[in-house]
Write a protein that binds this ligand. Structure first.
Ligand SMILES: CC(=O)N[C@H]1[C@@H](OP(=O)(O)O)O[C@H](CO)[C@@H](O)[C@@H]1O
Ligand SMILES: [Mg+2]
Length: 553
């Protein structure tokens, strides 16, 4: 190992500018990196700057991303996560390395960095390249500067892209590393890739059947609204998209998480005709849900499960028309509505897998299929096509044995692939894809909703003294610790028709999440309350004890 970096600068920078200070509780690289109150995060951002530089050197100078965001969390929180060279989430072994690096005191930082360099056999003389992006939180620039200092302390190179959606940074990292093979590695390149494919698929006829060319876009007062304005300039009349919730408090009473969790429309929604198509994205624009209010004033949600089934159905039909055979699979988590899973198995007749929460798990599983469609119920997901699938599609499109009709379908399939950001869930890319499909089918949201009927469901949060005493198995559907809890949950679930419930510790908040679904809403509320009380009692709940809804007492 050659080293041109004096590691004493690491401790000097830390002590001078980004001291950890005493009494910081142990922090874990969780479902989506480190996420906590912004005041606690600056030293972590600095250390992630160090780690990203080291990781980039491990890959001979390939770009590594550092994204500053707390996604759908409230404004007071921030977060930092690392993006690997292929635009994917950080490899699991390095999550442990990241956790260890963050949890050492300042005076052990230098030796911890030296340990990582030695263990991973890093050539500190090698090139390194760190790409930095951030959401619109007012404290994100300070975090960004801390990352920059981390990179500088190790004499690395960096590019600071400023305010970006999370999926844009994933795209930029990947396209840079594959030297443009997946798209031009710039922000303009990203927008043009998606918009050009969208426009070419849509053609000159913007409306079709029940599909109207107008959509209301809730930007969650985050980066999604800024970027959607940029998209709008390029989309022109091909999609009339009215952006709202652009400059208030991030995620406050709006955005995809608010809409999904509360199953109601966001605040700030402009006056509109009943049945108008509306979307909500989250604070960093990597997830999306659709919704509308019908002429009786009833709110309807079309979430990630719906999006996955719509896309899978469309792609399967398209592939069939192309005259090629490919295996498509859908990946969900335990939060997927039971009715969607039944629909996938019984109607779509597609393979469906269930994995633990967090897109990294879904992405990983989706790689096993020729075409992997993965979505969390909250609207976070995308589609990935294996290399051999892409090869099959392009060779079929060039082959003399392919009919003209098949060639037209292959052209559509190739353009559809271009709209998709395969690196990670991407709210804007997902929206353009769904809009393309609804347009092709001539569907209104009502038509889409009619494909199957969701089971009523809810997610509750329970605060307990230590959420880490909860351990789960079977893709989080079974709770193995504390002892005896699962048996008691099973007993409760048995009382309800089509009942299902599970509990798991959150990876991003200090709570235990309780999910319940059943045939009707009263039962759902009752089951969720009963399970929440159980969790609270078995794990020394903190604060107000959950209670049974009034009408059931
Ligand atoms: C039920 C739920 O929505 N959980 C979210 C949430 O994870 P938790 O581990 O449940 O806190 O944040 C993750 C990161 O954004 C997201 O991937 C996941 O779907
Ligand atoms: Mg997000």
């Amino acid at each position: 190992m050659s080293s041109s970096v004096d590691l004493r600068t690491v401790y000097a920078f830390a002590r001078e500018f980004h001291s950890k200070g005493p009494n910081i509780e142990k922090l874990l690289y969780g479902t989506a990196g480190f996420r906590t109150l912004h005041e606690k995060l600056e030293f972590i951002a600095f250390r992630m700057g160090l780690l990203a530089t080291i990781r980039s050197r491990k890959f001979g100078g390939q770009a590594i991303g550092v994204m500053i965001t707390a996604s759908h969390n409230p404004e007071c929180d921030n977060g930092v996560k690392i993006i690997d060279p292929k635009g994917e989430m950080l490899e699991r072994d390095w999550e442990t390395i990241a956790t260890d690096l963050v949890n050492v005191p300042d005076d052990r930082l230098e030796s911890e960095v030296a340990k990582i360099i030695a263990q991973e056999k890093i050539d500190m003389g090698a090139q390194s390249n760190v790409f930095i992006g951030m959401d619109t939180r007012y404290h994100s620039p300070a975090m960004g500067r801390a990352v920059v200092n981390g990179v500088r302390a190790l004499k690395g190179n960096l590019r600071d892209f400023g305010i970006l959606t999370t999926p844009m940074l994933h795209y930029l990292v990947y396209t840079h590393n594959v030297r443009g093979a997946y798209g031009f590695p710039t922000v303009d390149g990203y927008v043009s890739k998606l918009v050009n494919a969208f426009k070419r698929l849509r053609g000159d006829v913007y409306e079709n059947g029940n599909y109207k060319n107008f959509i209301l876009f809730d930007g969650a007062n985050g980066v999604g609204s800024l970027k959607m304005h940029e998209f709008n300039r390029q989309l022109g009349p091909s999609l009339e998209c009215q952006v709202f919730n652009s400059n208030g408090k991030i995620n406050h009473n709006c955005g995809a998480d608010f809409v999904k969790t509360n199953q109601r429309a966001p605040h700030g929604l402009p006056e509109h005709e009943p049945n108008t198509r509306c979307v909500s994205v989250d604070g960093d624009a990597d997830r999306i849900v659709y919704f509308f209010t019908d002429s009786d004033g009833v709110f309807h949600l079309l979430d990630g499960d719906r999006i996955a089934t719509l896309i899978a159905d469309y792609l399967m039909n398209l592939v069939k028309k192309c005259g090629i055979s490919l295996k498509l699979g859908i990946v969900q988590t335990a939060y997927a509505n039971g009715a969607s899973t039944d629909y996938i198995k019984q109607q779509l007749k597609v393979d469906v897998a269930c994995v633990p929460t967090g897109v990294k798990h879904l992405h990983h599983k989706a790689l096993e299929y020729d075409i992997g469609v993965y979505f969390e119920a909250n609207g976070h997901g995308t589609v990935i096509f294996s290399d051999s699938t892409k090869e099959k599609i392009s060779s079929a499109s060039r082959s003399n044995e392919t009919s003209n009709e098949q060639k037209e379908s292959l052209r559509k399939l190739l353009l559809t692939i271009d709209i998709i950001n395969e690196t990670v869930g991407d709210a804007i890319s997902d929206m353009l894809l769904v809009e393309t499909i609804l347009h092709a089918k001539g569907f209104s949201l009502k038509d889409w909703l009619a494909t199957y009927e969701d089971l009523p469901n809810t997610i509750k949060k329970v605060k307990v003294q230590d959420r880490n005493i909860f351990e789960t198995t079977d893709a989080e559907r079974v709770c193995v610790k504390p002892d005896g809890l699962q048996d008691k949950i099973d007993e409760l679930v048995r009382k309800y028709k089509r009942g299902r419930a599970f509990v798991r510790p959150s990876g991003t908040e200090d709570v235990v999440r309780v999910y319940a679904e059943a045939e009707n809403n009263d039962d759902v509320q009752l089951l969720a309350a009963e399970v929440s009380i159980l969790v609270y009692e078995m794990a020394n709940g903190v604060g107000e004890k959950p209670s049974i809804p009034q009408q059931k007492l």
